[in-house]
Design a protein around this ligand. Structure first.
Ligand code: SF4
Length: 327
């Protein structure tokens, strides 16, 4: 693995004010992301998993600076994104793209597919008109659509085909880093598998680095090199994929894995289903935010927030009772 990560997230925070007004102070703050730190190496895919409302989508957008963080830093190719002027940021945007969750809402229904896919090329003034048209056809073929699809409108396609258009649009400007934000969540299971396979193939063929966001551990398993688990605005466990699936430490990760259907009856017998709902980020529980739902919670969990500590095999866990195994 390379020594310098392609993407570095350092102590990233995003807090939103609630109440107050233009001249009045906020009455409270909602934490959407709080003190998140990790890296992604070039060519690596990091799967980011958690229930809805845990902050994973906000984190993905912060990493592309589509929204401004409250504190912390994001570095891309060694440069801080936060220090960039708008022009420099625009230049860098080419290298960092996003695939959205909703293949219905994310494509402009009044634009032909060829213009949607070629929009980034036109914005960045890449190539002549004819070259851009050829590139659009090439991209459509790359994602498994016929070049003739360029003349059609989004409503003429199925959900899976639209997501292929969304992928072609993201890849048009030859990014190095792609955030796939719940890119398969809105699709049927059989179509999900096709899109995951496509992303995996493209990633290998084009040498992409990816953050693959999902709410289901099953979805990220085959596409990820490492997996991070997020619970209520914090990363609670992160490590190499096989470590997370074979040796999960955090009770929340174990509960998420319990929800994944498995053919192995021994794994099925060890299920620990997850009860209750994710608490409100406006008023999170003190100590470990997972303690109201955790079957292993002890007294310390109710008052002291565990920090994410790295142990053997690059496996980091934030838990008092099941810490990372010592190096
Ligand atoms: Fe459960 Fe305590 Fe670990 Fe939190 S710190 S996950 S409450 S055991």
């Amino acid at each position: 693995m390379n020594a310098t990560p392609l993407v570095e997230v350092q102590n990233l925070r995003k807090h939103y004010p609630i109440g107050g007004g233009l001249f009045a102070r906020a009455r409270a703050w909602v934490r959407a992301v709080d003190g998140v730190t990790f890296t992604i190496q070039a060519g690596e895919t990091l799967g980011l998993v958690g229930e809805s409302g845990c902050g994973k989508t906000t984190l993905g957008r912060l990493m592309l600076r589509l929204i401004e963080p409250t504190a912390g830093d994001v570095r891309f190719e060694g440069r801080s994104l936060l220090g960039l002027r708008p022009r420099e940021l625009r230049g860098l945007r080419r290298r960092m793209q996003i695939i959205f969750q909703d293949p219905y809402g994310s494509l402009n229904p009044r634009m032909r597919v060829g213009n949607i896919v070629g929009e980034g090329l036109a914005i960045h003034r890449l190539g002549s008109r004819a070259e851009r048209r050829d590139r659009v056809h090439e991209l459509l073929e790359l994602v498994g659509l016929p070049p003739a699809a360029a003349r059609r409108y989004p409503h003429e396609f199925s959900g899976g085909q639209r997501q292929r258009v969304g992928i072609a649009r993201a890849l048009a400007v030859e990014p190095r880093f792609v955030v796939a934000d719940e890119a398969v969540s809105a699709l049927d299971v059989s179509i999900q598998a096709q899109i995951i396979n496509l992303l995996q193939e493209l990633r290998e063929r084009l040498g992409l680095t990816m953050l693959f966001i999902a709410h289901d551990l099953r979805v990220v398993e085959h596409v990820s090199d490492r997996v991070a688990i997020m619970y209520l605005v914090h990363i609670v466990e992160i490590g190499p994929r096989d470590e997370i699936y074979r040796n999960p430490r955090h009770p929340y990760t174990r509960a998420l894995l319990s929800a994944v259907p498995v053919p192995d009856p021994r794994r099925a017998a060890r299920r620990t289903p997850l009860g209750g709902d994710v608490p409100s980020p406006v008023n999170p529980p003190p100590g470990c935010a997972f303690h109201p739902r955790c079957p292993a919670a002890e007294a310390v969990c109710r008052s002291v927030q565990p920090s994410l500590e790295t142990g053997r095999r690059d496996h980091a866990v934030a838990c008092h009772v099941f810490p990372a195994e010592k190096q």
